[in-house]
Design a protein around this ligand. Structure first.
Ligand code: M6R
Length: 615
């Protein structure tokens, strides 16, 4: 979590940094800060608790001159969110300032050692330890700053992407990366730094992604960034062209990114299928399945590792792969898997699902699986992300940047890619017959059109949301492919409206949760017309007998559930394994409208951040 930005060049740095922070604010918004070296050589550091807009207000009457600077938006880990713990942090001499994303695991040991040597600390953060250590090494060993950084980093255990300013060298920024993302934008006579490319793309599309243990020296006037590792060996990095445009990271007339992203889903799914689903011959091609056919079709077992919404997509993936490929699938929370002792070897394929491609637990799960010889397939949205680079192969979602903290289009993108993967492997293994294969491919290609039609329910869902805004608890039920949809609906509601919500397989109610039901409990039931329809009908009857308020998601034209439910939303008919791509959408809208009615900060809910780069 945390977003970092840097600039060195001819422009005024402050506007570039503030705009960059706003683009990265999805990563954390507990506090923000900026450090600038003014044209007269002063180091100015301004920090404020709260959002980037609070920082802007605080800085309004201050000196923000200078064309070199660094800035940070924080998701607190060590020390409460206040202006003292906000970044940038300053070394004792006042010469060095640092911004950091990640966690220094051994910070308390280093802090004690430095305190024993007389170094005084102002904040409770792990980051301050980093800047104090670098300065201590520099002064005690009488070395230049780059050498001090290299030597200091040998002592540090943990994750970091940081940028360092030295008041005595206003022509240079030193940056480094270990397990946290960092991108450098290469402009003409100027350089930009960002946790991702979003603060950079307005100025240049030429970027360099740092690898673990890279140290970058960015010097004004040079054409290239210099890279070395901890042993001072020079490294070469290719400048890449980033394919991201401003429109993709702006709200485009919607009041919130979340709503924009919900409405983008038909287009996103088309993008995700482009070049992969050929509707003329009803065929799916995934390059990874061609390039790594042997590993994928002969897998003894798939293990899906993911967190949060991506884990829910994984549960759907399990059903798809087991059904279409006849290969057993396990779905693990990456945070549990990484500390387990899994029985896993080279016959297993691990599928790592992550929108951001930066989730620390998922990355660690990959490393564990890799160390045991498993083949790793990545499913990320963020191109060039750490997870994308840590896997043997994979398929990008291609749904465009997702900025709202609540994941929406990435979820349906993940389910789409999982469907294509299951189809491609099933076809190659001969575990799906031609007729079924063509039927699923053909129906998959029609989903965007059906989603467009479904999105017309937005006003109706808003009206339902108004009725239930009062609720303190919600239950979400579904079965089969719609059970993960129920989990996902509950997660959406929890994270943006702060209403307690639980998702269950509908038939599990009678084993305990049904005790919660009374006339104040809204129950959202996904009751579409599939093989389990009659069973779910019975579950609804059980709920109504106990006076629950039922909001049903039904197939267009349904009459039986409609008669029983208090409220209903119709979704277009599709084949069962593709239902989540439709039934999820009303649940996304319901959570969105309830949160709006409750006046919550939809895109930046409390305590959360978009990419969870700490464990
Ligand atoms: O970037 P990832 O897909 O790895 O993120 C995993 C979760 O942190 C994420 O899905 C989270 O649960 C979302 N906020 C849910 O909307």
């Amino acid at each position: 979590m945390c977003g970092i930005v840097g600039y060195i060049g001819k422009r005024d740095a402050y506007p570039v940094l503030i705009k960059g922070l706003k683009r990265l604010e999805y990563r954390g918004y507990d506090s923000a800060g900026v450090a600038l070296i003014s044209n007269s050589g002063e180091l100015h550091v301004y920090k404020a608790k709260g959002k980037v807009s609070d920082l802007e207000q605080f800085v309004a009457d201050k000196d923000v001159s200078g064309n070199i600077g660094i800035a940070h938006t924080r998701w607190a880990t060590h020390g409460e969110p206040n202006s003292t713990n906000a970044h940038p942090h300053i070394s004792s001499s006042g010469n060095l300032s640092i911004i950091h994303n990640g966690i220094i695991e051994n910070y308390s040991t280093i802090k004690r050692q430095l305190q024993d040597k007389g170094v005084e600390f102002k904040s409770e953060t792990d980051t301050e330890v980093l800047v104090q250590l670098i300065e201590y090494v520099q002064s005690s060993q009488q070395v230049d700053l780059l050498t001090a950084v290299r030597l200091a980093l040998r002592e540090v255990i943990g994750a970091y992407a940081f940028a360092l300013l030295d008041k005595n060298n206003p022509d240079q920024i030193i940056a480094a990366r270990q397990s946290s993302p960092l991108v450098i934008g290469v402009g003409k006579d100027e350089f930009f730094l960002g946790s991702d490319a979003s603060p950079i793309i307005e100025y240049t599309d030429r970027v360099v992604y740092l690898d673990n243990q890279d140290i970058a020296v960015i010097t004004r006037g040079k054409e290239e960034v210099e890279f070395c590792n901890f042993n001072n060996e020079r490294l070469e990095h290719e400048v890449q062209t980033v394919e991201l445009n401003l429109g993709q990271i702006e709200k485009g007339g919607f009041p919130h990114f979340m709503l924009k992203e919900i409405f983008e889903q038909p287009r996103c799914l088309q993008d995700s299928m482009r070049g992969r689903v050929n509707i003329d011959v009803n065929h799916v091609v995934l390059s990874a399945v061609i390039d790594y056919r042997r590993q994928l079709i002969n897998a003894r077992r798939f293990i899906i590792v993911a967190c949060g919404t991506s884990w829910h997509a994984g549960l759907i993936g399990k059903q798809l792969i087991e059904c279409l490929c006849q290969i057993p699938v396990e779905v693990e929370y990456a945070s549990e898997f990484r500390y387990s002792n899994p029985v896993i070897d080279s016959r297993d394929v691990v599928i790592a699902i992550s929108q951001s491609g930066e989730t620390a637990d998922t990355l660690a799960a990959i490393e564990l699986a890799k160390s045991r010889g498993a083949f790793i397939y990545g499913m990320c949205n963020a191109v060039g992300s750490s997870i994308a680079r840590a896997t043997h192969t994979g398929s990008y979602l291609h749904v465009g940047p997702e900025i709202g903290v609540a994941s929406t289009k990435a979820f349906t993108g993940q389910v789409t890619v999982l469907t294509m993967l299951a189809l491609a492997i099933g076809k190659a293994r001969g575990t799906i017959n031609n007729a079924d294969y063509e039927k699923v491919v053909s129906e998959l290609s029609k989903i965007p059109e059906k989603q467009t039609k479904l999105l017309e329910c937005n006003d109706h869902v808003r009206d339902i949301a108004r009725i239930f805004t009062y609720a303190r608890n919600f239950i979400y039920l579904g079965r089969g492919y719609n059970y993960p949809v129920a989990l996902e609906g509950a997660l959406k509601l929890k994270e943006i409206s702060y209403i307690h919500a639980e998702g269950y397989p509908a038939a599990e109610m009678k084993h305990g949760p049904i005790a919660l039901i009374d006339d104040e409990m809204p129950v959202v039931v996904v009751a579409t017309q599939n093989v389990l329809y009659d069973k779910v009908m019975s579950n609804i009857q059980e709920l109504k007998a106990r006076h629950a308020r039922v909001i049903a998601i039904v197939t267009e034209g349904d009459t039986r559930v409609k008669d029983l439910a208090d409220e209903y939303v119709e979704v277009p008919q599709t084949i069962e394994c593709l239902e989540p791509l439709l039934s999820t959408i009303p649940l996304q809208l319901l959570a969105y409208h309830i949160a709006v009615c409750k006046r919550k900060d939809v895109d930046q809910p409390r305590n959360l951040a978009k990419s969870v780069t700490v464990e």
